[in-house]
Structures are given as structure tokens and as C-alpha cells.
Design a protein around this ligand. Structure first.
Ligand code: ZN
Length: 340
């Protein structure tokens, strides 16, 4: 089963760049940072990745981020992320890039960060034949004024950026206040996403759809609490970027069996399956698909259906999307021949 899942062509909508850093690379980043590394070995980094709860996870993520002190470091991180994706036949990835965090906390330059990121992505695309787009996390906690400044930067250096989103503290910063930011981003031709329904109830999902007009929702776990929220997602054709293993690891979902991914799929909600922060959560796309198979009885045909939906609802330009969809079918048919 694992080898079939590995061969399945896959697409991912929701993977944080820094949450996919290899332990070896974090050690390198920490050594090069000039801040003095807190680890002496890769094993120590692996131990550091073991967290107890959601606040602890955020602290771990923040520490990884803080060691990135040079814009150029993003080149290696991006390249390796796509190398890891390609090794699992993830043919298209949409990376979430928290550039504003480094602009605000380390005075790093947006254009230099994007250049480094694009170099890493470009090299990986050429070598592994995969595709990748980037969406910038504007981070709720920084507020609309600062986010407008980030949009200025994106306007000046648009290369590689396909969309925006808001991560960060869902409790403290409800969606409505970000409406002007989203309206402007829409006008700039950017695609719109928001993390919602991870730390807060279904209202947060409804607000993100109605106030911000998002096309996709990151997590959307709590939409299951309300039939109205589910109906709205279906009516608007909003895709839920589910992150099953992440939700269990951070404790927002008690047990994988309670995760609504099966319910959403059966109810006809558009979904994708994603690893969120693979190295920090000890997961990857193969493990997500395997988990869906084992805990929720998803068949290979259903997993391929999710794969296809992920590529269809990706932010790739139409021409590239058509090529990828043909490639997905081609590979799937070959797997079918092997299975017969
Ligand atoms: Zn996320």
C-alpha cells in the first residue's frame, strides 16, 4: 500500500516553508546565523522538534524562524523542500512563506528573500520536473496597516507570488478587519486564502469566506460544527485545505478518527490533503495519504480523486494546470496497470 501511495501523483496546497526545514539544514542555519547555535548535533535538533502542545509548537516554529538571519538561506530551504516533495511524487506544491515575520523581526529585505526563494524553487523545478507557487502569509497579528506595506513590496517584486493569506492568532484577530487588505490583493490579481477554523469555531470560517472572499480555507476543521458553514463552503466552491496529522499533533483534534476529512469528502466539500509543517510534525504527504487510508478507509481511487481535486483547485496558470492534470492521469493509469 505504501509503495502505491508513494507512486500516486500528488499536489499540496498547504506547506509552510520553515515548517519543512530538514533537521540537518536547521543545524546549518543555526551555525551560520551568527547567533550561536543551541544544538551540537542533528539528534539534538530532532529532540527539539518534539513538542507538547500548540503553544509549545509555536515556540519551536519561532525558534527555527529566528535563526534565519540571511535572506540567502531561503534558497537551500526551498530547494530541499521541493526535493523532498519530488521524492514522494508531489508534482505541485504551494509554499506558504512567512516573509513579513523576517521583515518585521530581523529587518530582512523582501526582494532579497523572494530572489533567494525563487532561485531555490527554479533550480528544483528544473532538476525534478515539479511545479511550485508561493503565497505570502501576512500574519494576522501584524494588523492591516503593516500588511498594506507588505502588499506594496509584493507589488514592486511580484515574481513568484501567486497569493496571500493570514495565519497567526485566530482568537485575537477576527477576519473582518482585514477586508481592505484582501480587496486590494484581489485587485492586484492575487489569489486569496486564510487559515481559519483551526483554533476557533465555525464562525471564523464563515467570516473568512464572507468578509474576505477567500477561495480556500487553511484547516477549516471546525466547519464541521455547523451545517450552514458546510453549505456555504459548497455553495461558494471553497476548497478546504485539510491538515489531518497536524491537527492531531497540535491537539486541536483529539483523535485522527474524529477528523472531519472523511465527512467533508462524503458531503461533497472540495478538499485537499496537506502536511502543513512536515518536518516539525514528523509527517509528509505519503504519511497523510497513508493515514487517510488507515484511519478513514480511503481507497486508492478516492485518494487519487483528492489528488486530482488538489491540482484542479491549485493556483497554477491554466496552461500549466492542463499539463499537470494530463500527467496525473498518465501516472495513475500506469499504477492501475501494475495493480491488475
Ligand atoms: Zn498552516
Amino acid at each position: 500500500m505504501y509503495s502505491i501511495i508513494n507512486s500516486l501523483p500528488k499536489a499540496e496546497h498547504h506547506i509552510h516553508l520553515v515548517g519543512s526545514i530538514r533537521p540537518e539544514t536547521l543545524l546549518w542555519v543555526a551555525d551560520e546565523s551568527g547567533l550561536g547555535s543551541q544544538w551540537d548535533s542533528v539528534d539534538e535538533v530532532r529532540d527539539f522538534f518534539k513538542f507538547n502542545d500548540f503553544p509549545h509548537f509555536l515556540k519551536v516554529f519561532g525558534t527555527c524562524m529566528a535563526y534565519i538571519t540571511k535572506e540567502s538561506m531561503f534558497e537551500r530551504i526551498a530547494y530541499e523542500t521541493l526535493e523532498d516533495q519530488a521524492s514522494q511524487n508531489v508534482l505541485h506544491s504551494e509554499i506558504i512563506f512567512s516573509a513579513p515575520q523576517r521583515m518585521k523581526n530581523a529587518d530582512m529585505d523582501f526582494a532579497l528573500m523572494m530572489d533567494a526563494l525563487n532561485r531555490g524553487i527554479g533550480k528544483a523545478q528544473r532538476e525534478f520536473g515539479v511545479t511550485c507557487s508561493t503565497r505570502v502569509d501576512l500574519i494576522r497579528d501584524y494588523g492591516p496597516d503593516y500588511q498594506m506595506e507588505v502588499l506594496d513590496q509584493i507589488q514592486e517584486h511580484p515574481e513568484g507570488v501567486v497569493g496571500i493569506e493570514i495565519g497567526g492568532s485566530e482568537h485575537a484577530y477576527p477576519p473582518a478587519q482585514f477586508k481592505p487588505v484582501y480587496d486590494r490583493a484581489r485587485g492586484m490579481g492575487l489569489r486569496l486564502v486564510a487559515h481559519a477554523g483551526e483554533a476557533l469555531g465555525w464562525e471564523s470560517v464563515v467570516d473568512a469566506v464572507e468578509c474576505l472572499g477567500v477561495e480556500r480555507i487553511g484547516h477549516g476543521l471546525t466547519a464541521q460544527q455547523s451545517p450552514d458553514a458546510i453549505a456555504l463552503l459548497k455553495k461558494r466552491g471553497v476548497t478546504v485545505e485539510t491538515c489531518p496529522v497536524s491537527n492531531v499533533r497540535t491537539g486541536v483534534c483529539n483523535d485522527i478518527k474524529d477528523h472531519p476529512v472523511r465527512k467533508y469528502y462524503d458531503q461533497g466539500v472540495s478538499i485537499s490533503v496537506n502536511s502543513d509543517d512536515p518536518t516539525l510534525f514528523g509527517t509528509d504527504m505519503n504519511n497523510e495519504y497513508m493515514t487517510l487510508h488507515e484511519a478513514h478507509g480511503f481507497t486508492i481511487a478516492e485518494l487519487f480523486d483528492i489528488s486530482l481535486n488538489s491540482i484542479r483547485t491549485s493556483f497554477l496558470p491554466e496552461e500549466k494546470k492542463r499539463i499537470q492534470i494530463a500527467e496525473f492521469w498518465d501516472r495513475y493509469e500506469k499504477i492501475g496497470e501494475l495493480m491488475e
